[in-house]
Design a protein around this ligand. Structure first.
Ligand code: UD1
Length: 364
């Protein structure tokens, strides 16, 4: 029996862990247990996702919460080590690139427990991103590495990872999207918000390099001011972003932008319905670049780089940097119909978790 401790901590982890828990439970050779580190803890950042995605309640809650990077990472490690010592799992599985990923990964390898990383090998090349550090370090200590796209495999090989440890399996986040697509279509959010399909944009902003820097953030708002005069922008606001706007006293300026619809963080199904029906998505998120690719909706990525180059290669994603003029040029290009039908990356077919479970079951 393969006892696997599966770790999730922050919002983007939940849609990745959901299909894995489902597949593992369906395999007689695998016995999964779910650990929630508590990195995200608000109802709308965590519990709502468990309910909507049908993720079983975590077996273990570490309840760590927010803190500086060092404190948060250390607290997760301190709380996770006794769990591993007590349960003696055969493997620990971590997903993505958040602080919970590296914290639990480090605990596992130091105890000699096999470490499995799902979404391995992605690289932005930008070491000022906390997630890039988490990615590089987690991959360096992992024993089994599952990749979503060919660039991940190439990056790992270039870093000297032994080829047999690497498996290109597709994208578990897209498993979740495809599974919930029909259910999401039934969400009443478009009517509730008086939105017409393909006549509005959605936007998310939470990356520290964008929202902790008032100069960069102000430039992004300048671009949004122009776009919201043309079509409504739905902007579910992340707690980090909200806190900064409050701190800088920006709410008044934003309130003058009548087309910019600031709302609380939105659940998975409502947000999927919004994004599937959006004319364009503007984002600095990683996962949304992939979700828009699967939905064939144009995405403008408000960053200098991406760790998910396949989304640009297939044509759904444009990297604009945070320069307002570049953002508006990209927007205009899409308005002018310069958006070729994008392809779906190989293996983004809803079966990534199945492949992972099969590979792990065979290794038990
Ligand atoms: C984290 C991840 C990031 C991921 C993002 C998705 C790291 C290094 N970063 O960033 O990769 O894209 O999650 O959201 O792991 N807060 C709340 N309620 C919550 C959670 C957070 O109010 O439920 C507030 C806290 O003030 C906290 C701040 O948001 O200090 C930032 O949270 P944190 O988990 O540190 O980082 P994120 O910016 O969410």
């Amino acid at each position: 029996m393969l006892n696997i401790l599966c770790v999730a901590g922050a919002r983007p982890n939940f849609m990745k862990i959901a299909p894995l828990m489902e597949e593992f439970h369906a395999h007689s050779e695998i016995c999964p247990k779910l650990v929630h580190t508590g990195q995200h803890y608000d109802e709308k950042m965590s519990d709502l996702f468990f309910r909507e995605l049908g993720i079983p309640a975590p077996d273990i809650q570490l309840g760590v919460g927010s803190a500086s990077h060092a404190v948060q990472t250390a607290e997760i490690m301190k709380a996770f080590e006794p769990v591993c010592l007590e349960l003696q799992p055969h493997s620990v599985l971590v997903v993505g690139d958040v602080n919970s990923t590296i914290a639990c990964g480090l605990v596992a390898v130091k105890l000699g427990i096999r470490l499995i990383h799902v979404e391995a090998g992605l690289r932005s090349g930008d070491r000022t991103m906390p997630e890039e550090i988490n990615r590089v370090l987690t991959d360096a200590i992992s024993d089994v590495l599952f990749c979503t796209e060919p660039s991940g495999v190439a990056n790992l090989i270039a870093e000297g990872v032994h080829r047999p440890k690497i498996h290109l399996v597709g994208n578990v986040m897209i498993d979740t999207l495809l599974k919930h697509r029909d259910k999401a279509e039934k969400s009443p959010i478009l009517d509730d918000m008086h939105l017409t399909p393909k006549e509005f944009a959605t936007m998310t902003l939470h990356r520290p390099s964008n929202v902790d820097d008032p100069v960069v953030f102000a430039g992004l708002l300048d671009a949004m001011e122009v776009i919201q005069n043309d079509m409504p922008i739905v902007f579910p606001i992340h707690p980090r972003t909200r806190k900064n706007m409050d701190k800088w006293g920006w709410n008044e300026r934003v309130e003058t932008m009548k087309g910019l619809r600031l709302v609380e963080p939105i659940g998975y199904l409502d947000f999927l319905k919004l994004n599937a029906n959006a004319f364009v998505v503007l984002t600095d998120s990683g996962g949304l670049q992939e979700e828009t690719t699967a939905l064939k909706v144009p995405c403008i990525t408000l960053r200098e780089n991406t760790e998910r180059p396949v989304t640009c290669e297939v044509g759904s994603n444009q990297l604009t940097s945070v320069n307002p003029a570049s953002i508006l040029t990209a927007y205009q290009r899409i308005k002018d119909g310069e958006f070729p039908e994008p392809a779906i990356p190989d293996l983004w077919d809803g079966k990534a978790a199945k492949r992972i479970a099969q590979i792990l079951a065979e290794s038990s």
